[in-house]
Design a protein around this ligand. Structure first.
Ligand SMILES: NC(=O)c1ccc[n+]([C@@H]2O[C@H](COP(=O)([O-])OP(=O)(O)OC[C@H]3O[C@@H](n4cnc5c(N)ncnc54)[C@H](OP(=O)(O)O)[C@@H]3O)[C@@H](O)[C@H]2O)c1
Length: 374
């Protein structure tokens, strides 16, 4: 957790005290003049919230004044950053680790180095970097932070993939490694298969020769969604209502009973994952999109000896995993450059933040991951 705290993006909090003061404009003029001999960042546009609560009501676009770029600092012009469910939860104040408001939203993204301090080695203007481990406050056009925050990446990576690699693909990657040893020919089952994590799980399974059984919500156009997931490598895709049968396993055909299940929904969708698991299987819960609890039958324990586990990337990363994390990111970016991992995204100009936010909040039905472009 200490590492996470250190990573709070300085520009967000340092400038906040100027910008949120009662004498905003005079303070800002004094600030620029006082540091006129120093190297300064450009002013930055940021999505700010002053208190916890409904993100669509509490977030606003604010201009921050320039920030001094000290000797070991790097000023990064952000290129792209996604809106993830956890970003929403942080603003709502329901996520276990969150910045204290006033704060800038966002937790991952990609940017281009704009300027470096006199003591910086190994990074130059024009390089692409991501904050790794991710850090709070990526929804702003310029960020000034110490060099150690930034991981230089290959510029051949599509920008929107670089912006989104750190949270969801990394979660899928880790969950394959940390729970059950899978061999080619084995199977996994998951709900929330349309999510970015879900799409990565399908493709990571395919790369390892592991079958995937996927559960999605009922919706208009479900057949098209199923087809798209099958193109990514899904073996089977079921809507929840299709699984409203006594023996779901009869739907498996020649596929083996899965040893590992992933749950990011809860409620009935989690029960369905449990029903598919083989005796002794493990379900890993990593999200709760339906906000409904996971209910487990007594027989699941007695007669099937199922194991229930949980995964939280932020906890995993906080345990001194910085180097390992960057290696995995490079590996994933390689798979993305080779077209072996892809997922649905909608790119939205930063000025249209609130349109993207409404979609991310599900106000307009199901939508692809919203990625802000600066
Ligand atoms: N534990 C960790 O470390 C960790 C790390 C990364 C992500 N996560 C969690 O993983 C989950 C997926 O994240 P993501 O960024 O990949 O998702 P995403 O791409 O933003 O997609 C959202 C997913 O949630 C589903 N969904 C939305 N509202 C729902 C509801 N009321 N009931 C059931 N399903 C609903 C959507 O289904 P439709 O397509 O049907 O709309 C879609 O599959 C989230 O819960 C997130 O917090 C956890």
């Amino acid at each position: 957790m200490a590492a996470m705290k250190q990573l709070a993006l300085r520009s967000a909090f340092k400038t906040a005290s100027f910008h949120f003061g009662s004498h905003q404009l005079p303070l800002r003029r004094n600030y620029v003049r006082a540091f006129s001999a120093a190297i300064m960042s450009p002013p930055s546009m940021a999505v700010v919230y002053d208190q916890h609560g409904p993100p669509d009501q509490l977030t606003r676009l604010v201009e921050f004044p320039p920030v001094e770029i000290k000797a070991h600092d790097v000023c990064v012009k952000m290129l792209a950053a996604p809106i993830n469910p956890s970003d929403i939860n942080r603003i709502e104040g329901v996520y276990p680790v969150r910045p204290v408001p006033p704060a800038v939203g966002g937790y991952e993204g990609v940017g281009e180095v704009y300027a470096v301090g006199s003591g910086v080695n190994g990074l130059s203007p024009g390089d692409w970097v991501i904050p790794s481990p991710p850090s709070f406050g990526t929804w702003q056009s310029y960020i000034v932070q110490e060099q150690s925050v930034w991981h230089k990446i290959n510029k051949d990576t599509p920008m929107e993939y670089a912006a989104t690699v750190t949270v969801n693909p990394l979660t899928a990657f880790r969950m394959f490694k940390d729970f059950v040893q899978l061999n080619p020919g084995d199977a996994i089952v998951q709900n929330g298969a349309t999510s970015m994590v879900g799409q990565c799980i399908i493709q990571l399974a395919r790369i390892q020769g592991v079958h995937s059984i996927n559960i999605i919500r009922d919706r208009a156009g479900a057949d098209e969604v199923k087809e798209n997931l099958k193109k990514l490598g899904a073996d089977e895709v079921f809507t929840e209502s299709q699984l409203d049968v006594k023996k779901v396993k009869e739907l498996l055909g020649s596929l083996p009973e899965p040893a590992l299940g992933f749950n990011c929904v809860g409620g009935n969708a989690a029960t369905l994952v449990l029903k598919f698991l083989r005796s002794g299987g493990t379900m890993v819960t990593y999200g709760g999109m339906s906000k409904k609890p996971v209910t487990v039958s007594t027989s699941s324990f007695i007669f099937k000896d199922l194991s229930l586990r949980g995964f939280w990337l932020q906890k995993w990363m906080s345990s001194d995993k910085a180097d390992e994390c960057r290696d995995m990111i490079d590996q994933l970016l390689g798979l993305m450059r080779d077209g072996k991992i892809k997922y649905d995204m909608e790119l939205v100009p930063f000025k249209d933040f609130h349109i993207a936010l409404d979609k991310a909040l599900g106000k307009q039905g199901s939508n692809p991951k919203q990625v802000l472009i600066f």
